[in-house]
Design a protein around this ligand. Sequence first.
Ligand code: HEM
Length: 538
Amino acid sequence: GSGVPPVGVCPAGDLDRVRADAGEQRLTTNQGVPVADNQNSLKVGLRGPTALEDFILREKITHFDHERIPERVVHARGSAAHGYFESYQDLSDITRAAPFAAAGKRTPVFVRFSTVAGERGSADTVRDVRGFAVKFYTDEGNWDLVGNNIPVFFIQDAMKFPDLIHSVKPEPHNAIPQAASAHDTFWDFVTLMPESTHMLMWHLSDRAIPRSYRTMQGFGVHTFRLVNAQGESVFCKFHWQPVGGTHSLVWDEAAKIIGADPDFHRRDLWEAIEAGAYPEWELGLQIFTEEQAESFPFDVLDATKLVPEELVPVQVVGKMTLNRNPDNFFAETEQVAFCTAHIVPGIDFSNDPLLQGRIHSYLDTQISRLGGANFHEIPINAPLAPVHNNQRDGMHRQAVHRGRVAYEPNSLGGGCPFQAGMAGFTTARSQMPQPPEDKVRGKPELFADHYSQARLFWISQTPAEQAHIVNAYRFELSRVTVPAIRVRLLSMLANVDPILAEGVAQGLGMEVPPPMPLATDAPPPQYEPSPPLSLLAR
Ligand code: HEM
C-alpha cells in the first residue's frame, strides 16, 4: 500500500537531507572557505612559531578537542541498526497505536542493543543484562519500547536504581573490577535486597551471555496499557522473539571471546546485515484485563515478576526486520535518545513504581549527555511526524520559527498550533473503581514474595542449564572476598531450591545456612491458569 517502504530500502529516508558525503569535494573550513594546504600550519618563517591567526589550524584542533560527549551513565556500550516493524493484523479493537492500525502496515524503527554495566569501550560477551531499545517512528510521533533481554528486573522501585548501579559499576576508589557481576559491592547490595533473587537467577543463567544480539529475546519488562479509540484499556506485556531462535554462549566461550574479539556482538550484527541476512523478531503481546490482574498471585506492577505464559499466552502480532546499518556510529547509535516517556496514542503506562521513575530519568540524563534541551532535533531522534509547539530557543536550536507569537491562546494569529482534542493523546481510563488513597511511601503486600518466581525459573531449566547456573554462582561468589556476603547469598538460594543452594555451597566449600527469613507470612502463591483473552475474539 502507499507509504509502505519496500524491503531493503531505508525507511527513514528523510535522513538524506542531513547526509554528508565529502568524497571528491573541495576541502573547506566549517565556514565553507576553501583550504589550500591541509598539511602545514601557518608559521613565521619555515622554522618559526605558529601564527595565532591560523584560523584553519585553530578551527580544526578546537573541533577535535570537543569530539567526545559523555557516555551513557548505563548502557554505554551498544550497537544499532535501522529497519521496520510490520503488523500482522489490525489491532484497533485493542489499541489505537498507529503501528497496529492495519495488517501489513510498516513503521520504520531504529534499534539499539547494549550491555548495561561496562564502559563504551568494554567487551561485548561479558555476563550482563542486555538492553533492547526500539524506537518506532510512527505516524503519530515516536514510540520507544526501551526493554531488556530479561523479562524482570533487580529492583521494584526507582528509588533503588542509583544504589543498584553504584553497586554494579567499578568500585569508586580504584575502578576495579570492571566485570559486571564479579565483585563485593554488587553481591553485597543484591544479597541485602532479596527482591533481586528472581532477576539474579536469570542473570546467572545462560541468558546473560547471549550468542548474538540476533539471538536474544527482548522484553518491555513492565506492565503497560493498550488503549483503543474509545479509551478502553487492557494491560499488556511486550515480548520480542528472535525468528532465528534464542541462543547463548557457554561461559568458557564467552570468557575467551572477551579477550579474542571484544567486538564479537557488534561485528556479528553488522556483518549479518551487510550480508543481507536480516535479523528478525516477532512481537508478542500478553494481554490481560484489570480483573484478571487482580486474580493473579503476584502484583503486575512489580517488575521483579513476570506473567507466566501458562496464565496469559503470548500472542504474536507482527515482525521487526533490521535491514540497514547506520551510516555513522556517532550520529546515529551514540546520539540516539530512547525514553520510556515516549509513548503515542494507544499506549499508556501502568503504575509500576520502577517505570514511573524511568519516565523521569531518560529525558533528564539526555539533557546533559546530549548538551541541552534540543536533542529531539538531532536527525536520529527527530520524529517523522511533524512537530509543532511553542517551545523555543535553548542551546543549538535548529528550527527557525517564524511569526510574532510563541504562546497560546493568542489573538494575533500567524501560525499558532491548536490542541488536537479527541484526535490527540488521551490517557487510559481505568475500568476498575479507584478508591481515594493517602500519599504513602511503601509497597503493596504481594511485592513481598521474592522467591516463588525464582523457583519457577529454576525448575523451568534443563539439567545442563541448571548446572550452568550453579557454576556461574560458584564462579562469581568465589571472587567475593567477604564471607558474610556468601552466607547471605546461600541463605537466599535456600529459599529458592535446596539442590541449587547445596550445589553452590559445595563449590564454595561451605554449608548451606538457614534460609533467609521471608518478608511475608502469606503462603506461597499458586499459579492457576486463567482462560486466554484472544486478540481476535474480543
Ligand atoms: C539506558 C535509567 C531501568 C533499559 C538508561 C539510561 C538511564 C537509565 C539514565 C541512559 C540513557 C541515555 O543516556 O540516553 C534507568 C532508571 C531505571 C532504569 C532510572 C529504573 C528506575 C531500566 C529497566 C530497563 C532499562 C527496567 C529495561 C526494561 C534501558 C536501556 C537503555 C537504558 C535498554 C539503553 C538505551 C539505549 O540503547 O540508548 N537507563 N533505567 N532501564 N535503560 Fe534504563
